[in-house]
Design a protein around this ligand. Structure first.
Ligand code: FES
Ligand code: FES
Length: 162
């Protein structure tokens, strides 16, 4: 299949990508943009490992063709920290031991980064409901829920930041 030149704007950086029209965004991010924080698990929209934000909205990168993401602003896990300073969610995941192997973590952080912008004061039930779209095979979900609630408190200014 003939390759085309497309441009993807990821975390504020423009990447030139030569790819065929059926190349998945998840593969383009990892192979062409060298941003391997977006993980690929099921490759059919179920596990949530590949979750990114496109123009601030959640998207499964394994269900999106790279060509569809032209003229958008893509945010991946690499865009979450400000230099060495972790985002509130990343810091809370670290403190609450909300990950083990970390395979699922980028997708979960991207999911709740978007969710907390719209829902700054979720309860644990709501967090669990949102979390049901992301599968974790090793941590169990209790600490992830704790981490999201802690990050939400901090983002509202109700808990001490480190
Ligand atoms: Fe995309 Fe599982 S790899 S949802
Ligand atoms: Fe290993 Fe979630 S921390 S899959």
């Amino acid at each position: 299949m003939e390759k085309k030149l497309i441009h993807l704007e990821v975390n504020g950086t423009r990447h030139a990508v030569h790819c065929d029209s059926r190349k998945l965004l998840s593969d383009a991010l990892r192979e062409d943009c060298r941003l391997t924080g977006t993980h690929v698990g099921c490759e059919h929209g179920v596990c949530g490992a590949c979750t990114v934000q496109i123009d601030g909205q959640l998207a499964r990168a394994c269900l999106t063709f790279a060509v569809q993401a032209q003229e958008t602003c893509i945010t991946t896990i690499e865009g979450m920290a400000a230099g060495a300073r972790l985002s509130a969610l990343q810091q809370a995941f670290h403190e609450c031991h909300a990950l083990q192997c970390g395979f699922c973590t980028p997708g979960i952080v991207m999911t709740f980064d978007a969710y907390l912008r719209e829902n700054p004061q979720p309860c644990a039930v709501e967090v669990r409901e949102v979390l049901s779209g992301n599968l974790c095979r090793c941590t169990g979900y209790q600490n992830i829920v704790r981490a999201v609630l802690l990050a939400a408190e901090r983002l509202r200014g109700e808990a001490a930041n480190v």
